[in-house]
Design a protein around this ligand. Structure first.
Ligand code: NAD
Ligand code: WQD
Length: 338
């Protein structure tokens, strides 16, 4: 297929593009590089041994979108978004404009070019604090921050769009906690500034870029007192996008799928696993709970297992080993490389 990948230079997008190219799809990426580097796309092409087409531009810019859709597109995978929860609380309008405004502009361009298939990056954040875990797709959606609200609104607008077009198909992929890197160590997660998420923070401590990890709360009602999440390997997540593209081609309508392993790990378990993978000590300090954090969030991935025929196969050891390889080979991320 001819696929348009928005946000394809980012963490999850770059790993997905490698697999899409390897599977024989033709890939166009549109990305404004607001949270990524063009070199990631050079490495994607090197890993896949195939070229992709890159349109550097913003999805809110109709001219950039027109360039991206030129030549014909069969389906869109929509990663482009701002994703930092804390920042979204400080700059809600920027998040609504970029994420929701961007999605509206993208879908208008899809309509203008007769494109009816969409795979969308949603998030477990749409469940907020669920009543029970593991969480199923029909659990109540109740977001707790502006970032999460943008994901919920985007899901709803995609649903409404599908409802108005019987032939259209959309797959909403609710990712839990993506971690790890391509096993080559050539691409990986490269947050700008201080990482918000656990795994890149641990990796930066291990490589010596940061002194210690702050554990946000060790008084949760969990076995070791720290929060539990469903971490999944980014290569497993990338594979889910291949399945989702095929699923969208075969099924009309809009469906949501949880993407996780179904198994949770605590912060302390993550630290121990990373220490084992890296052979480095990770100094930790327990501090206050982080506002908005939930005790435990894990996926019930049964729908994705059954309907997408997708299952996460990589365990915690591979997640840590691959993240560490990437961090060691690229201690400053993509910044100081050519
Ligand atoms: P990322 O920041 O690495 O990638 C997003 C990419 O989109 C970046 O390359 C950025 O430059 C680009 N972008 C952002 N706004 C744009 C715009 N207006 N026009 C063009 N390009 C734009 O993030 P990621 O971790 O790869 O996340 C990808 C998607 O998955 C996002 O939608 C995110 O909300 C979602 N998601 C991520 C996680 C996670 O923990 N990483 C979890 C759940 C959902
Ligand atoms: C994981 C655990 C923290 C950092 C976020 C978004 C969510 C989704 C995935 C996009 C928690 C603890 C963390 C640190 C710590 N993103 N922690 N010290 O909060 O589950 O989810 O990313 O959609 O929307 O909210 O992930 O990696 O930030 O935290 O102790 O320095 O690690 O308290 O228990 P989270 P995370």
């Amino acid at each position: 297929m001819n696929l348009l990948v928005t946000g394809g230079a980012g963490f999850i997008g770059s790993h997905t593009c490698v697999l899409l190219l390897e599977a024989g799809h033709r890939v166009t990426v549109i990305d404004n590089l607001c949270n990524s580097a063009a070199i990631a796309l050079a490495r994607v092409q090197e890993l896949a041994g195939k070229p992709l087409r890159f349109v550097e531009g913003d999805i809110r810019n109709p001219d950039a979108l027109a360039r991206a859709f030129a030549g014909g597109i069969d389906a869109v995978i929509h990663f482009a978004a701002l994703k930092a929860v804390g920042e979204s609380c400080e700059q809600p309008l920027r998040y609504f404009d970029n994420n929701i405004g961007g999605t509206i502009a993208l879908m208008q361009a899809m309509e203008a070019h007769g494109v009816q298939r969409l795979v969308f990056s949603s998030s477990a954040t749409v469940y907020g604090q669920p009543d029970r875990v593991p969480v199923k797709e029909d659990a109540p959606l109740r977001v707790t921050n502006p970032y999460g609200r943008t994901k919920l609104v985007m899901e709803q607008l995609i649903q409404d769009w599908c409802a108005a077009r019987p032939e259209a198909s959309a797959v909403l992929l609710r990712y839990f906690n993506p971690v790890g890197a391509h096993p080559s160590g050539r691409i990986g997660e490269d947050p700008r500034g201080e990482p918000n998420n656990l795994m890149p923070y641990i990796a930066q401590v291990a490589v010596g870029r940061r002194e210690y990890l702050r554990i946000y709360g060790d008084d949760y009602p969990t076995p070791d007192g720290t929060g539990i999440r469903d971490y999944l390997h980014v290569m497993d997540l990338a594979e889910a996008h291949l399945k989702a593209v095929d699923y969208a081609a075969a099924h009309a309508g809009c469906e949501a799928f949880n993407l996780g392993t179904g198994r949770g790990y605590s912060v302390r378990e993550m630290v121990a696993a990373f220490e084992a993978a890296s052979g480095r000590a990770i100094p930790c300090w327990s501090v206050e709970r982080r506002a908005g954090d939930v005790t435990e969030l894990t996926a019930d991935p049964a729908q994705a297992n059954a309907r997408l025929q997708w299952r996460a196969t990589r365990g915690l050891e591979a997640m840590c080993a691959d993240a560490w390889r990437w961090q060691q080979m690229n201690p400053e991320g993509f910044t100081h490389v050519s």
